[in-house]
Design a protein around this ligand. Structure first.
Ligand code: NZQ
Ligand code: ZN
Length: 393
């Protein structure tokens, strides 16, 4: 196990009605709020009005900026930075999912920075400060409510890039599972796939002596797979929604990765898909992750056997471990299908004419390796995109 420091400053307030506490929490961080949100579900459901009321009742002034779309765009971030500076806001409250939160995080680090906010994402600057950020979460998925990272799409070149710094971790996050009752089945499934991917990016490590966090990861995966079909079949099942919501936070609040080297190649490979084709991140991951597994398992078969046996209950074939491994991957694909997600590019109606271009972009023209389980160059990434076509299945 590697040495580590675990510190997660996000105060999580969880349960029915907790969005009513937005004002109380926000006023600990200032007097004037930029309320940032997405495409409109929070307007339709009345959530925005309730949050604004809570903020005003606590004596805060509110400036609003909606329009953060899935795969949030740099242009809106720049608009938010200008607005926040002009209005001299003290803090940001994001209401929504990963897209609204990530956009708010970028605005938060952009306001005090003199240069262009894309500098952070382009690796030219490091964020030393940020406006404080609070979150009202409406979709369990990205884990951005307590992660220190943000993923933004630059329309100039359709570059989807992540950046993280500890100052970007939200100060507080309000998690009411009831707010997720309105999530359509497909968005619920995409969130489930994303949180599972966050666990698997940590699970597939070459680090030894990490049995404790292995078991935590396995239990989290099994539990998510148990609750997901219930939440999809019964959208207002509080218990299923609550378990999934809490799992989504734990999947990405760093706890499960402590002492391990993490991978993240699948995420980077997926980001090219959502940048070019605007597919939901979770649906891109249900295609990429199984393909990645098929490509890399030989680097540490025992870890993949353990995954198949402990997560999916596959009977271990001691003579032919490969059978056990491939059965585990097959069952993962089956699970994704059962909750309505694609596992091939064709199922997502993504054409295959730009695989080479995506492999080049993902590896910056073969100058950057992806992942640590098996460091992947451009040719490896291309081979994984080819496996995403599913022909070998
Ligand atoms: O735009 P609105 O109207 O809000 O609708 C959203 C959006 O269309 C809808 N939605 C959200 N909550 C709802 C709801 N509809 C009905 N009822 C509700 N309660 O769902 C759609 C998706 O929302 P979005 O915020 O895009 O989803 P998600 O949380 O999956 O975020 C995805 C983004 O997060 C990034 C992804 O790359 C992607 O850009 N990620 C961020 C990470 C981080 N910051 O740590 C890590 C992740 O790996 C991920 O890369
Ligand atoms: Zn993700």
């Amino acid at each position: 196990m590697l040495n580590f420091t675990f510190s997660n400053v996000t105060k999580i307030i969880f349960g029915r009605g907790v969005e009513e506490q937005t004002g109380k929490e926000a006023k600990l961080w200032g007097k004037k709020v930029l309320l940032h949100y997405g495409g409109g579900h929070i307007v339709r459901t009345g959530l925005k009005d309730r949050v604004v009321e809570s903020l005003r009742e606590a004596g805060l002034e509110v400036v609003e900026l909606g329009g953060a779309q899935p795969n949030p765009r740099l242009s809106l971030v720049r608009e938010g930075i200008e607005l926040a500076r002009k209005e001299k806001v003290d803090l940001i409250v994001a209401v929504g999912g990963g897209s609204a939160i990530d956009s708010a995080k970028a605005i938060g680090i952009g306001v005090p920075y003199e240069g262009d906010v894309w500098d952070f994402y382009a690796g030219k600057a490091k964020a030393e400060e940020s406006l404080p950020l609070g979150v009202v979460l409406t979709i369990p998925a990205a884990g951005s409510e307590s992660s220190p990272s943000s993923v933004i799409t630059n329309e100039d070149g359709w570059l989807k890039v992540g950046y993280g710094a500890l100052v970007m971790r939200p100060k507080f996050a309000l998690l009411n599972p009831e707010l997720t009752f309105t999530l359509p089945a497909y968005q619920t499934a995409c969130g489930v796939s994303d949180m599972m991917a966050h666990i698997m990016e940590r699970y597939f490590t070459q680090e030894g002596d990490v049995g404790f966090s292995d078991h935590l990861c396995e239990a989290a995966l099994r539990s998510i797979m148990q609750e997901a079909p219930i939440a999809i079949a019964e959208p207002e099942n509080y218990g299923a929604r609550a378990n999934i919501m809490w799992a989504g936070t734990i999947a990405h609040n760093d706890l499960l990765g402590m002492g391990r080297s993490e991978d993240w190649a699948s995420h980077n490979i997926e980001h090219e898909l959502s940048a070019l084709y605007d597919i939901a991140h979770g649906a891109g991951l249900s295609i990429v992750f199984p393909a990645w597994m098929k490509y890399v398992y030989k680097q540490n078969p025992q870890r993949f056997v353990q995954f198949a046996v402990r997560v999916f209950g596959v009977e271990q074939d001691f003579h032919k471990p490969e059978r056990t491994i491939l059965e585990g991957i097959r069952r993962l694909e089956d699970f994704f299908h059962r909750i309505g997600l694609p596992t091939t590019l064709a199922e997502a109606e993504i054409p295959v004419d730009r695989l080479q271009e995506m492999a080049e972009k993902a590896t910056a023209g073969d100058t950057q390796k992806l992942g640590s389980f098996m460091p992947l160059g451009q040719a490896d990434v291309l081979a994984i995109y080819e496996l995403c076509q599913g022909e070998t299945r």
